[in-house]
Write a protein that binds this ligand. Structure first.
Ligand code: NOJ
Length: 548
């Protein structure tokens, strides 16, 4: 497999509005990110992914862009962005920006023009359809609404939106749209950014004729439609091939077979991808399923394309809450999940606050929530006549606000995030969980991440090693090896709150090993020989290394 800088990188995701507020307006900002760059650097990461900060009415926290080449007032100014870029590079880190080109805001001047009349030159920049039999053009639903079609009274047509009413989809069949997007991408790359995280990039192509779906609730018909690979290859030819970038596509509904088409190195589309077979389809840890997913992606991409490893981000509840134990074993399970994500094949992503074990949140009322997906769903279900409290409860675990609460810097009133009133409430557990505390404790989750990230720099086995699962018959133990050249790492993970014994395979017993890292102190000094079995403590994670 070819080597590349981005394959060896760890990415830190900054959801800037919840990261650090430098001016007391209650919303994080780009200057706040600058002020905390030394903290990010201390962790040792290589790349920062910044969520969208472009001009936007902010209906979907910046994913509804009204001007791709301006900075949203809440985030700051273009001058501040330029300083941020320079400061990131000065610290030997890189930065990738969100590229949100499936849709714009309904306040984007392109859409305002498009909407102004049927004969406007930009009418075809969006997807407009006549009513069908007096109603919507088809029976689909959208991510955030019961239907992806919204009627425009003035011009008597429907427009299409995969997400909220305020997020009309661009028409990628229109060549002028594509050219304009490519020009915009070049503008950012020429400024010096290092790549893009591409929002729902496999939604760009729509099914020909927009036929009714058999199962309208299963919205996979929005994704992976014919034409998508032509667009991405064109984007590569027209833009990306001229820059040394990193690209990661957000690709819902893909399988390893269809995923390979996006990241196969010979196809010149994307470097890597986020698939959602875990985050969207596995609400709590189901280890046999997780192992099967890892195996399938390893087999599917091996030697041909690069995977990404993540369990949470700004759309998915914090991993220690969803897949670990955020109570008694919070620190242990946070470290265990980190050990796993940093040693499975692919690039690890750290979502801000994950490195101190921040947890999901439970506010008292729907009024405390800001997430448009949750609020729209709540409204839709309550309007159907369901009990509001029951609907509220059912939406709690997966609300996107679980991971959007402000970064917990200290135990002060607003967790050191702002001197004003935060746009979303702070998690009450800021007293116990915060950066100040983590930096004081040599055993903290933070320093464990720091060690894992430093190891990646010294240990190609972590990046390029072959993967083998040695734990298929165990329900809640995950044990695998990574092997590269003459070195093997054996990774042991106990995903349960009980002691569990693991029996080593014959070929491992007696091997002279040393422990690379672990989340319990076993007092093992230096080299030792593997016994026939090991008793792992609750949420214990351990890596042993041997050489041939
Ligand atoms: C995926 C983004 O991560 C999410 O936050 C956003 O709401 C949708 N795409 C729409 O852009």
């Amino acid at each position: 497999m070819n080597k590349a800088w981005w394959k060896e990188a760890v990415v830190y995701q900054v959801y800037w509005r919840s990261f650090y507020d430098s001016n007391g307006d209650g919303i994080g900002d780009l200057k706040g990110v600058i002020e905390k760059l030394d903290y990010i650097k201390k962790l040792g990461v290589d790349v920062i992914w910044l969520n969208p900060f472009y001009e936007s009415p902010d209906r979907d926290n910046g994913y509804d862009i009204s001007n791709y080449e301006a900075v949203m007032t809440q985030a700051g100014t273009m001058e501040t962005f330029d300083i941020l870029l320079e400061e990131i590079h000065r610290r030997d880190m890189k930065v990738i920006l969100d590229l949100v080109v499936n849709h714009t805001s309904d306040q984007h001047e392109w859409f305002l023009e498009s909407k102004s009349s049927k004969t406007n030159a930009k009418r075809d920049w969006y997807i407009w359809k006549d009513a069908k039999n007096g109603g919507k053009p088809n029976n689909w639903r959208s991510y955030f609404e019961p239907s992806p079609w919204t009627w425009d009274e003035a011009t008597e047509q429907y427009y299409f939106h995969s997400f909220a009413v305020e997020q009309p989809d661009l028409n990628w069949e229109n060549e002028e749209v594509r050219k304009e997007i490519y020009r915009m991408m070049r503008t950012w790359l020429d400024k010096g950014i290092d790549g893009f995280r591409m929002d729902v990039i496999n939604l760009l192509a729509k099914p020909e004729g927009f036929p009714d779906a058999e199962d309208p609730d299963h919205i996979s018909y929005l994704a992976d439609n014919p034409g998508i690979h032509d667009y991405l290859q064109e984007m590569n030819r027209e833009v990306l091939k001229d820059y040394d970038t990193m690209t990661v596509g957000e690709i819902p509904f893909v399988t390893p077979e269809t995923g390979l088409l996006y990241v196969d190195e010979n196809r010149h589309e994307l470097n890597t991808l986020f698939h959602f077979q875990v985050a969207d389809e596995m609400p709590v840890m189901d280890l046999p399923k997780y192992k099967a997913i890892q195996q399938a992606w390893y087999d599917g991409l091996h030697d041909r394309g690069w995977n990404s490893q993540f369990l949470n981000n700004h759309d998915h509840t914090r991993q220690v809450t969803r897949y670990g134990n955020d109570q008694e074993y919070r620190a242990e399970s946070a470290k265990l999940l980190a050990t796993m994500l940093h040693t499975l094949p692919g690039m690890p992503y750290v979502y801000q606050g994950e490195e101190i074990g921040m947890t999901g949140v439970r506010f008292d009322s729907i009024k405390d929530y800001e997430d448009i997906a949750m609020k729209n769903k709540y409204k839709e279900e309550v309007e159907k006549g369901r009990d509001p409290q029951e609907v509220f409860e059912s939406l709690l675990l997966l609300s996107r606000d679980n991971s959007r609460t402000p970064m917990q810097w200290d135990d002060g009133e607003q967790a050191g995030f702002t001197t004003g009133t935060p746009w979303i409430k702070v998690n009450p557990n800021k007293k116990e969980i915060n950066v100040k505390q983590a930096l004081k404790d040599p055993n903290s989750i933070f320093y464990y991440y720091q060690q894992l990230i430093a190891l990646r720099k010294e240990q190609p086995v972590m990046v390029y090693g072959d993967y083998e699962d040695l734990s298929r018959k165990y329900e809640t133990l995950y044990v695998y090896t990574r092997s590269y050249e003459k070195k093997t790492w054996l990774i042991l993970l106990n995903h349960s709150d009980k002691d569990q014994r693991y029996k080593f395979e014959e070929r491992c017993i007696g091997r002279p090993v040393h422990c690379v890292i672990g989340n319990y102190d076993r007092g093992e000094a230096g080299r030792m020989h593997l016994e026939p079995s090991i008793l792992l403590k609750p949420y214990e994670a351990r890596i042993y290394e041997w050489s041939e």
